[in-house]
Design a protein around this ligand. Structure first.
Ligand SMILES: *[C@@H]1O[C@H](CO)[C@@H](O)[C@H](O)[C@H]1NC(C)=O
Ligand SMILES: *[C@@H]1O[C@H](CO)[C@@H](O)[C@H](O)[C@H]1NC(C)=O
Ligand SMILES: *[C@@H]1O[C@H](CO)[C@@H](O)[C@H](O)[C@H]1NC(C)=O
Ligand SMILES: *[C@@H]1O[C@H](CO)[C@@H](O)[C@H](O)[C@H]1NC(C)=O
Ligand SMILES: *[C@@H]1O[C@H](CO)[C@@H](O)[C@H](O)[C@H]1NC(C)=O
Ligand SMILES: *[C@@H]1O[C@H](CO)[C@@H](O)[C@H](O)[C@H]1NC(C)=O
Length: 315
């Protein structure tokens, strides 16, 4: 009997102590429920961020309740907070469109240990992640190869897919100070055309992010490389060259004329027309009609034979 009574007494006292503890705990919440602190980006792979925080809750709170975290995010250009499920661990991983700028917020939630209902929650703790600087570092190591292929490299530290970038190549004719801009994207080389080997050029390139996230800000220009003239003449050399070309051409023409007797042909006397008429009298006995028919090409040569004339006269 004593045993039973003392058992009752002990359990009553324990229950009272527990419930008093629970009440006291709840009463303490007024002052104690800190919002999370130290939201930190611990890893960044392309757009994927790993974010951690500290709940900054006392051991007492953790003893009397289950702590959960509610994590939400919102892009700078949007009004909607996007909610994710409650998290048990103070860690969150997600791919963000960082170029839009993103606000993160997290709060502590206390769940009743037995009934898993929300006892209380903290205020939000906010962290803004500014979009990356709109302007990029310029491409590096630009080179013009002897076959007029221009090559360059991305500035160090760019892990973003190269297809996201637009490039602008500037080719300047240094003699005329004419500049040509060539738009490219997703390529780090280009074969130059329309390069006059008599001229000097400078070549440089800049880049901007294009397809993945559009910005209108170009990077600075890369280093410059030059295309040196392959041939150059001064006025005296030009005249000398012209004289040589003229002389050689003259000699060559003379040789050709002599070799093929072109001159003889050109200056041949005009043939005497009388010779052509000889046949009219010798072969056709002055029959002009017959003679002229045979001068005009006819499909059947036979028809022109003088005998044909006799036959036709008989008929
Ligand atoms: C309530 O707060 C008091 C004073 O801050 C502290 O001594 C006590 O342990 C707290 N109780 C609980 C259950 O957290
Ligand atoms: C959280 O605690 C405060 C102070 O005790 C209280 O006013 C508030 O209603 C509680 N919130 C919830 C969701 O229980
Ligand atoms: C927050 O982070 C800083 C730097 O990492 C550290 O010194 C500080 O103790 C942290 N605070 C909390 C509450 O963990
Ligand atoms: C953590 O909470 C305490 C109160 O319990 C507060 O004084 C302190 O400033 C908080 N830490 C941070 C980093 O906010
Ligand atoms: C929560 O935020 C509101 C408004 O910013 C503030 O008045 C209140 O004191 C905060 N509560 C806690 C527990 O920090
Ligand atoms: C130009 O030259 C480079 C190296 O000499 C070579 O790798 C490349 O294929 C060439 N490009 C063209 C279009 O000939």
């Amino acid at each position: 009997m004593w045993l039973l009574a003392s058992c009752f007494a002990i359990s009553f006292v324990l229950a009272t102590v527990l419930s008093v503890g629970n009440l006291e705990f709840r009463a303490n919440l007024t002052a104690k429920l800190n919002p999370p602190t130290n939201i930190t980006i611990v890893d960044r792979q392309l757009g994927e961020l790993t974010i951690t925080w500290k709940d900054n809750l006392s051991e007492d709170i953790k003893k009397w309740s289950n702590v959960r975290y509610l994590f939400e995010f919102k892009y700078f250009d949007s009004d909607d907070w996007q909610e994710d499920s409650r998290h048990q661990d103070p860690e969150y991983m997600r791919t963000f469109e960082l170029h839009r700028g993103v606000s993160l917020r997290v709060k502590n939630i206390l769940l009743d240990k037995q009934r898993s209902i929300v006892i209380n929650e903290s205020n939000w703790t906010l962290k803004n992640i500014q979009p990356p600087p709109e302007i990029y570092n310029p491409p590096v190591n630009l080179k013009v190869l002897p076959n007029l292929t221009v090559k360059w490299e991305m500035p160090p530290g760019y892990v973003i897919n190269i297809n996201c970038f637009a490039f602008e190549l500037e080719v300047t004719d240094l003699d005329k100070c004419n500049t040509e801009l060539l738009g490219l994207h997703g390529e780090t080389e280009y074969v130059l055309v329309n390069i006059n080997p008599m001229k000097r050029y400078s070549v440089k390139v800049r880049m901007k992010l294009k397809h993945c996230k559009e910005t209108k800000f170009w990077s600075d220009w890369s280093n410059e490389d030059f295309i040196e003239r392959i041939h150059s003449f001064n006025a005296y050399q030009m005249l000398l060259m012209l004289a040589i070309i003229t002389a050689v051409t003259g000699l060559l023409l003379l040789f050709v004329f002599r070799r093929y007797k072109v001159l003889e042909t050109v200056f041949k006397p005009i043939p005497d027309p009388q010779k052509k008429f000889k046949a009219l009298f010798e072969e056709y006995n002055g029959d002009f009609q017959n003679w002229i028919n045979c001068q005009i090409p006819i499909s059947k040569a036979d028809e022109c034979h003088p005998v044909a004339v006799e036959e036709s006269s008989e008929a």
